[in-house]
Design a protein around this ligand. Sequence first.
Ligand code: ZN
Ligand code: ZN
Length: 280
Amino acid sequence: MGLLGAHVSTSGGICNAITNGEKLKCDAIQIFTKSQMRWDAKPLKDKDVAKFKEMWAVSRIKKIIVHDSYLINLGSPDQEKHRKSESAFIDEIKRAKEIGANFLVFHPGAHMGEGESKCIKRIGNTLNEILEEIDPGDVTILIETTAGQGTNVGYRFEHLRDILAILKSPGKFGICIDTCHIFASGYDIRTKNAYENVMREFDNSIGTNKIFAFHLNDAKVELGSRVDRHENIGVGKIGKDAFGFIVNDKRFSSVPMVLETPGGDEFYKKNLEILRGLIR
Ligand SMILES: [Zn+2]
Ligand SMILES: [Zn+2]
């Protein structure tokens, strides 16, 4: 089984993420270190960071994932937006390092009409530039699979493979698989056979040893719809079985698997019960 958990709120202070994760008996959590809909943010206060680390050390939480701001588009062809994205991403790395997070997850980017291959190159090159500015240290940066909504790239494993191929320090990067996103982008994981086929395809393209995190979300929409709408586990179009394949997959036994399902803590609780009930 993986390290099960959820994307928890930091409302009222970053330390509350630990409290919220503990309440849900999370073994891994994901957080935003700033408002996900804003460019700017106040720096984290030293005393909050110290308290956060102290609380984490004595909690059951083993791994912490930071998710970057939704505004960041490292593949933007618009110079101003690209510049803003690059500096915001550097700040995300800085904050993730400060709190001692294990992973920083980001959506690769959207081409805004410029075309996928240019966008993929720009994302790879930008990541190289960013790593010349800041060393992520112990934070591994994870590229998330996308649903392919709008002009987003990253909905094919090949896109992620091609980004990784450009990177000068690929060892500092990995992949986060979002179940809702891959399903929406056309990867069927509803039966054991289908799941194994998808994993084989991933393995051939990138290598399953590069999967460092999962977002466990059911999908409100059909296979291949390219629409990103998360649903609670077992009540969406993916269904419960797929999550059983993942949580029992020995390749991912120490990989964090966090929920990003709708409805808040009450639903997280229910979803985590379902996931734990699937463990053999
Ligand atoms: Zn996700
Ligand atoms: Zn999503």
